[in-house]
Design a protein around this ligand. Sequence first.
Ligand code: AMO
Length: 430
Amino acid sequence: MPQKTHFTSEITPDLDGREVALAGWVWEIRDLGKVKFVILRDRDGMIQLTFKPGKTPESLLELVSSLNKEDVIAVRGIVAASKIARAGVEVFPQELSILAKAKPLPVDIWNNTSDLPTRLKYRAVDLKNPRNLAIFTLASEILRAIRDTLYRHKFIEVFTPKIISTSTEGGAELFTVLYFERVAYLAQSPQLYKEQLTASLERVFEIAPAYRAERHNTDYHLNEFISIDGEAAFMNYRDIMDVLEDLMRSVVSVVKSREDRLKRWGLRPALEDVSGIPRVEYEEALAKLRSLGYDVKWGDDLNVEMQRALMKYYGPLYFITDFPADLRPFYTKRSEEDPKKSESYDLILNGIEIVSGATRVHTREVLEAEMRRRSLDPSAFEGHLSVFDWGMPPHAGFGLGFNRLLMALLGLENVREAVLYPRDRYRLEP
Ligand code: AMO
């Protein structure tokens, strides 16, 4: 078998007359008697293979008749520009090998008629669906753009432990693991480590799973999600919002560059462009919500319905800033002018919170006081607190839920669609 020379997306009319080697899956077979067409699918798209007496070796014509949908094949053939074929190009195979046969699939990848639980049960098969291929190839490009943006802003990529000995976010949503003779936990976030790292590496980011033993069973909660975390010394929350604005701009330009493919498979990107993301103070958001008839008072958290309602004023993407300090975790810095408020923000896309972040407390005394206020025992955090004794810079950061970003960006109904193998309250397999 010749090595695959091209992905289907790379077969363009200007390759007319060239010999190529392709490999992939049989998407569709059209048998018009003498002439037979096979649509070959690979990760990046589809291409028409045309089998015609006179142009195709006799033995191949027979082999084609034995093909089933999803059989894995490799072909060597000649590219021909075409006025009729969908992509303006087709391939006339000269050689064909069947690399694996496929039984009928348990999921309808052709017409999308399977329900989500069935799709997730047979996820490896479901991922052959071109709509899913469009989601996850886009996801990879978005990650690359995010990394590029963060490097441009002089962040460097790090990895912190996911098996830890104490809670990072406070709260009780921790998974326990047996760590030899001790009980340990799965990290809910790299929060404390990323803050500590600003004392040496200054600007860091991490892309890694985060674990939350939340019992919610909603369309936007996972028990394992990919968290993109950033933390920077000598920045405040406004500086971080500037970075996030740039980051969202680069994400949207990746989506734009793939818009045709996304739309072809029924995915409707939520953002056309990002020019200055509105920064709405919590208090202003409350006033707007009240004018819409919501009964919200100072100190209440906003829910998805309220965040959707605010789109009327601010569009699909906006920050809410300056939350009441008591709504935020202990490491959040209070506002200097009004200590009831904090230097914090959430970024909302299509009504879903995709990022949250803040300027952090960077003095030990204040951090201890904030812990006590939330009934946390500072002595349990001694290792972390001591770092603040040895030259902790002022710093700020963000935590971006990558799966929620994809969900909101592509208008997916369920965040599980934006994870290859989701983990939720009832799903530990596949
Ligand atoms: P927070 O708890 O708000 O903040 O989480 C940050 C972002 O992570 C995503 N997220 C989730 N996604 C899917 N399923 C979940 N169960 C889930 N929980 C959170 C959301 C959310 O905005 N340490 C802080 C961040 C910081 O201040 O730097 C933190 O973890 O998109």
